[in-house]
Write a protein that binds this ligand. Structure first.
Ligand code: LLP
Length: 433
């Protein structure tokens, strides 16, 4: 593997290509900075998950794309074509999915504090499932569903008490988390018992998500085991039968050469085995299984291309290479000190001889993309690509310093097209009064 992304290569001109198309050509046509994604690679990832669900779990499940990783109309159209479901976490994501023509029955609506109007929107549009986080929204869903004369299929978000080894901010399975109801305190059992007698809702399943960017199978296997034991307990104690088990997402991807991801199909393979075994052990029916990968579907399919501006050498201290984007389009360094790799578009394989810090253009010292990156000689005017930015970049972008958001360009079978236009200055003031 030459790069951390499979869809990259080098052409006869010596330039970086994505999906076979020259990144310099794309940058010249669409200007910088810009996100560029390879659609075939996104589709390939969907197919890996869907095939695994078929091969290892007899197709008795659904793979959802967790659209918080990258939400725009085009991505929902891809997911529809690939036969995926989607997870949405806000009225905005739901609206975008519906506008893109995504089938409502394959939408799962998540979130730890859904607003009344968001719940109403989900009910009005007949979303497939609402994943209930807490008692407040449970009562609200029941009330609004009865008013609409509907019965809503619900899952409960459970904290299985697993502390997956990852960055603190993305650990959500443990008890000290704002998400969901806890297993070990009996809270989960109580709320399900209560819900099973409520009108307007039908308890169909349980859900957990133990964290993000995880490289091990064991935490997922453990989560599956705990959740299956919980399903067994609900049946034994209360006669409540659970049809659906949603095990969340969180599968790790390769951001740098130090990351060693597991093949994506291995996760479904591993948890399927546990779920089958536990169904037998606990004498419960084999549940419909749902998985929710987000990052691993899109991260390695995208890069961000920038143009280098100022190169400042502070003798004996540091060389700052400033690019024409930064924390507004990629806040992951300032938020999590995330690591990335970058290459020069016109000499992507040149020897890395110099340590530099790649910084953005925002008025903020922490506005850094890569600290202490080993790079070839860089000059002002060079095109630089930061790799594996397909997830949680566009979706977490901001207009800090009133910098317009970047376009998302899709490369598909040798052609490029815009999935999201670049924001204009006019867009920036369109809500200003
Ligand atoms: N399902 C649920 C309920 C989730 O909360 C998440 C992510 C996923 C699925 C998808 O997880 P993934 O496969 O993408 O790891 N902004 C952070 C990541 C936050 C993830 C939040 N939940 C980042 O940039 O790393």
């Amino acid at each position: 593997m030459k790069f951390v992304m499979d869809c990259l290569d080098v052409n006869e001109k010596g330039n970086l290509t994505i999906g076979g198309v020259d990144v310099e050509t794309i940058a010249n046509e669409y200007q910088t900075p810009a996100y560029i994604m390879d659609e075939n690679s996104i589709r390939e990832n969907c197919r890996i998950y869907n095939k695994a669900m078929k091969d290892y779990y007899n197709g008795n499940g659904l793979v959802l794309y967790a659209s918080k990783a990258l939400s725009c109309m085009h991505i929902y159209r891809i997911m529809k074509e690939e036969g995926m479901g989607v997870d949405v976490v806000s009225g905005g994501e739901l609206f975008t999915a519906l506008k893109a023509g995504f089938p409502a029955d394959k939408i799962y609506f998540h979130g730890n504090n859904k607003k009344d109007d968001e719940i109403q929107m989900a009910i009005d549009n007949n979303v497939g499932r609402i994943v209930v986080d807490n008692i407040f929204e449970l009562d609200k869903i029941s009330e609004l569903a009865q008013k609409a004369n509907k019965t809503i299929d619900i899952l409960f978000r459970i904290k299985p008490g697993i502390d997956a080894h990852t960055h603190d901010f993305v650990q959500t399975g443990q008890i000290d988390s704002k998400f969901g109801v806890a297993l070990e305190t009996g809270e989960a059992e109580e709320i399900i018992k209560y819900a099973s007698g409520l009108k307007g809702v039908r308890v169909v399943g349980v859900h957990c998500h133990i964290g993000s960017q995880i490289f091990e199978l064991a935490p997922f296997e453990l989560a599956a085991e705990k959740m299956m034991n919980f399903i067994g307990d609900l049946k034994d104690k209360y006669g409540i039968e659970i049809d659906e088990l949603n095990l969340g997402g969180g599968y790790g991807i390769k951001y740098t050469e130090h990351d060693t991801p597991i093949n994506y199909d291995k996760y479904i393979q591993a948890v399927s085995k546990v779920v089958y075994e536990m169904s037998e052990k606990r004498n419960v029916k084999t549940p419909f299984m749902v998985m929710e990968p987000g990052r691993s579907i899109v991260a390695s399919s995208g890069l961000t291309v920038y143009k280098v501006g100022a190169v400042k050498e502070i003798p004996n201290i540091r060389t700052y290479v400033s690019v024409d984007g930064g924390m507004g389009d990629n806040p992951r360094y300032i938020m999590y000190q995330s690591e990335y790799e970058a290459v020069l578009v016109k000499k992507p394989l040149a020897e890395k001889i110099k340590k530099v810090t790649i910084a953005g253009k925002c008025c903020e010292s922490g506005d850094i993309l890569i600290k202490d990156a080993m790079m070839p000689e860089i000059n002002s005017g060079d095109l630089l690509a930061v790799l594996a930015t397909g997830a949680y970049n566009y979706s977490m972008a901001s207009n800090y310093n009133r910098i317009p958001r970047l376009p998302v360009i899709m490369v598909y079978n040798g052609e490029t097209k815009l999935a999201v236009k670049r924001e204009s200055y006019e867009d920036l003031i369109k809500n200003d009064l």
